[in-house]
Design a binder for this molecule. Structure first.
Ligand SMILES: Nc1nc2c(ncn2[C@@H]2O[C@H](COP(=O)(O)OP(=O)(O)O)[C@@H](O)[C@H]2O)c(=O)[nH]1
Ligand SMILES: [Mg+2]
Length: 369
């Protein structure tokens, strides 16, 4: 799973990205790393996994991970090739969702750049969002127009392509009005067809409103943040206040120091942890857990995945030779105070190949190959 961090220059993308990769580097037992300077992996925080690891003291504890990409180079005109233009857009195309960092802080020492690098503009979160969105929409429009042309041509040989041409023509009109594919409304079958086209403006978005320390402690009084929040509500997107600079500091702390620091701030989780969790659920992802002396691990699946396919995440042999899944819900295990106690109460279930795996299921797969 891959998330692209996008936004105008100087809004705090790299600061946030550095916080993410720093946090990753600290976690033991997993090759978190900066894969290349712009790609980093981070563990999905999961108290359930932490607790299982405390119970089992396994040789290895492996969290679920998400990949983040710091995508630089987007300015006004990128879809026409300004900045890093097309290279940047290609990078976004490869992601599953977008974290759109929006500048919600004042600082006269840091230029607010919209188009060309030499001009400082007043801070304007909604204007920034519109600028970025419009570039994505313009890039999409070009793609959709090409798709219409192709479908029209194909329809000459086979009438079934007429419908496809109509669907994309209607979408092109929507984009042409400067609106994101995300907000386009149509029949589910048509949307499924549109979804095959890998559009940038169709990707789910989280707005990360980057405030400064003061703005972060008084969000109600932070008019920049309030504007972004209202916009996110209107378009049904997620919004998360974050102070990238502070996150960078937090990410450098040891676990214990981190807890103390957060306590002082009066928050339970760092903004980064919230961002990761929010991204995870935005993508429709859940985790199931495997446990034992050698390894405790969280595995990522899409909501709705059935037991054999979940097993296939561990190994294709387990999917192929799937017999059954022995499942305890983590919550049940906790209520009983342990696995043995949960089993005695009959809470360890034997599930077959049609079982839809739930978030927090602790699973032992029986298989035969
Ligand atoms: N005052 C202030 N400066 C910030 C904040 N977040 C980032 N910056 C600064 O803004 C500048 C640009 O940040 P950077 O992360 O490189 O932006 P990018 O171009 O979006 O990657 C850097 O000097 C950061 O230290 C913040 O919350 N408050
Ligand atoms: Mg940067």
């Amino acid at each position: 799973m891959k998330l692209g961090i996008v936004g105008l220059p100087n809004v705090g993308k790299s600061t946030l990205f550095n916080a993410i990769t720093n946090a990753g580097a600290e976690s033991a037992n997993y090759p978190f790393c900066t894969i290349d300077p712009n790609v980093g992996m981070v563990a999905v925080p999961d108290e359930r996994l932490d607790h299982l690891a405390e119970m089992y003291q396994p040789d290895k504890k492996t969290p679920a991970v998400i990949e983040f990409v710091d995508i630089a180079g987007l300015v006004k005109g990128a879809s026409q090739g300004a900045g890093l233009g097309n290279k940047f857009l290609a990078n976004i195309r490869e992601t599953d969702a977008i974290v759109h960092v929006v500048r919600c802080f004042d600082d006269e020492n840091i230029m607010h750049v919209v188009a060309d690098a030499g001009t400082n503009m007043p801070v304007d979160p909604l204007g920034d969002i519109e600028t970025i969105d419009l570039e994505l929409v313009m890039a999409d429009l070009e793609m959709v127009n090409r798709r219409v042309e192709k479908a029209v041509k194909a329809a000459k040989g086979d009438k079934k392509f007429l419908h496809e041409a109509e669907v994309f023509k209607a979408l092109a009109e929507h984009l042409n009005a400067g609106k994101s594919a995300r907000t386009y409304e149509c029949e589910p079958e048509d949307m499924a067809l549109i979804a095959t086209s890998d559009l940038l403006s169709l990707k789910p978005v989280i707005y990360a409103a980057n405030t400064d320390e003061n703005g972060f402690t008084d969000l109600d009084g932070n008019s920049y943040y309030q504007k972004v929040k209202a916009l996110a509500e209107r378009e049904g997107s997620q919004v998360l206040p974050i102070c990238a600079r502070m996150e960078q500091d937090i990410a450098e702390l040891e676990d214990e120091e981190k807890e103390m620091f957060l306590e002082e701030l009066g928050v339970k989780e760092s903004g980064l942890d919230r961002l990761i969790k929010c991204s995870y659920s935005l993508l429709g992802l859940i985790s199931f857990l495997t446990y034992g002396k050698d390894e405790c691990r969280a595995w990522t699946i899409r909501r709705g995945t059935k037991a054999p396919q979940a097993a296939g995440k561990i190994h294709t042999d387990i999917e192929r030779g799937f017999i059954r899944a022995e499942v305890i819900a983590y919550e049940d295990m906790m209520k009983c105070g342990g696995i043995a106690a949960a089993r005695e109460k009959g809470l360890l279930r034997s599930e077959g190949k049609d079982y839809v795996v739930q978030d927090g299921d602790m699973i032992y797969f029986r298989f035969n190959v």
